[in-house]
Write a protein that binds this ligand. Structure first.
Ligand SMILES: Cc1cc2nc3c(=O)[nH]c(=O)nc-3n(C[C@H](O)[C@H](O)[C@H](O)COP(=O)(O)OP(=O)(O)OC[C@H]3O[C@@H](n4cnc5c(N)ncnc54)[C@H](O)[C@@H]3O)c2cc1C
Length: 419
């Protein structure tokens, strides 16, 4: 079958790879000059079944109100964005009810565990370098209240197959000696040995090369303007390079997926949530961090990627704005310095590679995968803050569905039909 995939971020490339393995003729189109140049470019790099919670957890509404308009808050809702968020926002808050949150967390964790399996299978077959780190991840906690909350969540995560080890202060320093120098205010943490990390951009570049060996074609600098339908099928896509036709189409355009779906009057409950990262070269550091650390209080993940240190975080509801705010970047740099004082000497923009990306966030915090009301039109989108943790699993599920193959896990909890 001839299949066009819109988007060459993590989702587009993963889907293309698996579809090509299953013998399809695949074309990927993207408006950028190469793969993974938008949200998949410089994320925090953690593949974490342990953190698969949707952001709309019980209590989120009060937290967002408390932080509204505060430039230095980790979750910032800009009042001017509110009108564009209305129906999505109501659904987002509705999914924060405890029973819904737990069901959505379960769906994400199942997919994240499956994703780790897919990554391991791929690495066995095609070992390539993407600055991978398999020491797990560690959440560090600075007060009793956060520690108690974390401990209370452990039985649930364990029941979903996530391994957790509770650590006292001495034990977190043993796992991550780079924390000792400035870690006096940390009281403990949790190690999640099943988590992994790696550079998503490097991964996409390598996976693109593998897909090309399977004859997948990639066309860059091609902007898809709209989808054209007739009855219950897509007949073509209209692009800056003319019309393209195929037997089937996969939409993997990240935060821009709902805009394209609108052209065929298909509503996708996805909104962009902006985040930032910085990347420091650790050459010359006496004690280099060795594993990903999630700082609960600061809402920042700090991940060693080879000789580089990536720190990412903050969430901002501000439409499709992708301007870089120096203040938000500084917030992240300050957090890194507060944990790793060696970062203090990095103050120029050129030293820290500030970056921003838009997380395509669905109203329930679970990705939207698979079939639509158009018989030849499929989705692989809406992964929010978890796209790296879910990409290969999602790509395989969507490819299996298109090819009519049995899949290892049930795709229905991720279908658009749930809304
Ligand atoms: C600060 C930050 C930290 C994060 N950290 C983590 C983490 O540690 N772990 C984790 O699991 N996830 C993390 N994420 C989330 C993860 O990065 C995303 O979920 C993932 O990258 C989304 O991938 P995607 O393929 O859906 O979208 P994208 O990577 O944005 O890809 C979509 C592609 O579609 C193309 N496109 C869009 N519109 C059009 C059009 N009209 N025509 C042609 N092409 C088009 C774009 O050019 C782009 O290449 C983080 C995100 C951010 C912002």
């Amino acid at each position: 079958m001839k299949i066009i995939i819109i988007g060459s971020g993590l989702m587009g490339v993963a889907t293309a790879y698996y579809l090509s393995e299953q013998g399809h003729e695949v074309l990927v189109v993207d408006r950028q000059q190469g793969p993974a140049l938008e949200t998949s470019f410089a994320n925090a790099g953690v593949l974490h079944p342990s953190q698969a919670s949707p952001w709309n957890h019980p209590g989120i509404a009060l937290q967002v109100l408390k932080w509204m308009g505060k430039e230095n808050s980790p979750f910032l809702l800009r009042p001017r964005a509110i009108p564009s968020l209305l129906s999505w926002g109501i659904s987002f808050l509705n999914h924060a009810k405890p029973n819904k949150f737990q069901a959505n967390l379960h769906s994400n964790t199942v997919l994240a565990n499956y994703n780790i399996q897919c990554m391991q299978d791929l690495q066995k077959q095609h070992p390539f370098d993407y600055s991978a780190n398999s020491l797990g991840s560690m959440k560090v906690l600075g007060n009793e209240q956060d520690m108690e909350k974390e401990l209370a969540s452990i039985p649930l995560f364990e029941s979903f197959g996530v391994e957790c080890t509770v650590l006292n202060q001495a034990e977190i320093f043993k796992k991550e000696p780079a924390l000792i120098e400035n870690g006096e205010n940390l009281i403990g943490g949790v190690h999640y040995p099943g988590d992994q990390a790696g550079d998503a951009y490097q991964f996409c570049i390598e996976l693109t090369e593998l897909a090309k060996k399977n004859n997948v074609r990639f066309e860059y600098d091609v902007t898809v303007q709209k989808l054209i339908s007739s009855g219950h099928a897509i007949t073509s896509i209209q692009t800056s390079n003319g019309a393209y036709t195929a037997d089937a189409y996969v939409l993997a355009a990240g935060s821009y997926s709902p805009l394209l779906a609108n052209s065929i009057k298909l509503k996708l409950p996805i909104k962009p949530i902006k985040g930032y990262s910085i990347t420091l070269d650790m050459t010359g550091w006496e004690t280099k961090p060795r594993m990903p650390v999630i700082d609960e209080e600061a809402h920042v993940a700090i991940t060693p990627l080879g000789n580089r240190l990536r720190a990412a975080g903050t969430a901002e509801l501000n439409g499709y704005d992708t301007e870089i705010s120096a203040q938000r970047v500084q917030l992240i740099l300050d957090q890194v310095i507060s944990r790793y004082p060696a970062a203090e000497s990095y103050s120029n923009e050129g030293d820290i590679s500030p970056w921003t990306g838009l997380r395509p966030t669905s109203a329930d915090g679970v990705p939207i995968l698979g079939a639509t009301s158009f018989k030849n039109f499929y989705l692989n989108t809406g992964h929010g803050h978890l796209g790296w943790s879910l990409a290969m699993g999602s790509g395989k599920l969507v490819a299996d569905l298109i090819s009519g193959q049995n899949s290892a896990i049930n795709i229905s909890p991720y279908s658009l039909g749930r809304f």
